[in-house]
Design a protein around this ligand. Structure first.
Ligand code: KG4
Ligand code: ZN
Length: 355
């Protein structure tokens, strides 16, 4: 390997995707955006499908099975061997503890065996840094960051990739989780986002007046559980005893379209509020919900009006992947190396703090 370049192996096991990636970045003090040399992901969607959501125990076991094959595959595709690596990075927070532990244990073992630094990264910082990886020639930071996925709905003010301060987030379900739960109520498949989006195409977004929680509130908070309940009541009335009702295709389409519009309204309004409050002129977006065409259309319409530049990576970098842990190369340059006794953290931690 070229000695003025650093080669990083990155590992992702925060939820239900096992990812490994090889990135190449400039050796400090030189600066620059790392290049993704290879990135592979093994999705567990098929394993969780029949449960309508991620089952933590199943996720951990699948990571155990997939982590070494993914690392091997990432190295193979990059055309490098373990001995070429200069550092190992892993997302240690936030996520499912049992899932996080699998990635962290693999990363620790490799760092110890290869005698290279271990770098612990925040999964949400990674999601936002994916914007910079996707647009290496553009300036993404400082920006407002919006992570909107199955596990997260959070807004950040990011002065830089490692300086993201939380502005607010969901107090209950994440937006993607709401898509998944409502899809399940409507008898649609998992993951629910694409299914709802498909059903919504032929529906009327104004058919049902669903709640838009916090939309007129100055706090940058989200809540989607009331919306989910409103869909349930619209579906079967408030009488629990009516049991499961299979709505007609027309009703399904209208419920899906009205639900989707409510989520999009809230996401766009709160992001607009965050941009106004911070005065930042760039927006970085991460997470699987960014796949939603209606959301993207409305978001870009809003940011265009505000003169805000919007960065949405291609879907392979929006959904969970290991390449986004390439933010580790910046941490390495800043001397933020983890000790081998570093632990995982389930909940949200203020990004930019700690190892
Ligand atoms: O980022 P991601 O792959 O995984 C994590 O949750 O970390 O996001 C998956 C989530 C799921 O909840 C899924 O329903 C949602 O993203 N999603 C969508 C769409 N595609 C995926 N939500 C709305 N519309 C979509 N087209
Ligand atoms: Zn994620």
């Amino acid at each position: 390997m070229n000695s003025d370049r650093l080669l990083l192996l990155a590992i992702e096991t925060t939820c239900d995707e096992t990812g490994a990636a090889v990135l190449e970045g400039p050796r400090p003090p030189a600066e620059g955006v790392p290049r993704i040399v290879s990135s592979v992901v093994s999705s567990q969607v098929g394993l969780h499908q029949r449960f309508g959501g991620v089952v933590p125990e199943i996720a951990s076991r699948a990571h155990v099975r997939q982590i070494l094959p993914m690392i091997d595959e990432a190295l193979k595709r990059a055309g490098v061997s373990l001995d070429d690596l200069d550092a190992v990075a892993v997302a240690t927070r936030p996520g499912l503890v049992g899932a996080l532990v699998v990635g962290l244990t693999a990363a620790k073992a490799l760092a110890l065996a290869l005698d290279v630094p271990l770098v612990a990264v925040d999964h949400l910082e990674g999601h936002l840094y994916a914007c910079q990886l996707a647009y290496p020639d553009r300036q993404v930071y400082p920006c407002v960051g919006l992570v909107v996925s199955g596990g997260h709905t959070s807004l950040y003010a990011c002065q830089g990739p490692l300086e993201c301060e939380p502005l607010g987030g969901t107090i209950d379900d994440a937006a993607g989780e709401a898509f998944d739960k409502v899809a399940s109520l409507l008898g649609l498949g998992y993951p629910g986002g694409p299914e709802i989006e498909r059903a919504a195409r032929s529906g009327n977004p104004k058919a049902y007046a669903f709640p838009r929680s916090f939309i007129h509130d100055s706090r940058l908070a989200f809540s989607f559980s009331g919306l989910k309940t409103a869909v349930l009541y619209a579906l079967r009335g408030q009488n629990e005893e009516r049991g499961d009702i299979q709505p007609s295709p027309e009703m399904t389409a209208d419920l899906a379209a009205s639900f989707q519009e409510a989520v999009v309204d809230v996401l766009v309004a709160k992001t607009r509020q965050a941009l106004k409050q911070t005065g930042l002129k760039r927006l970085g977006v991460g997470g699987g919900v960014a796949a939603n065409a209606r959301f993207r259309e409305r978001l870009v319409e809003m940011t265009d009006k505000m003169g805000v530049e919007t960065f949405i990576p291609p879907m392979s970098l929006c959904t969970d992947n290991a390449a986004m842990a390439g933010v580790a190369l910046l941490k390495l340059a800043a001397g933020q190396v983890a000790d081998l006794d570093v632990d995982v953290t389930a909940g949200l931690v203020r990004p930019g703090r700690g190892a």
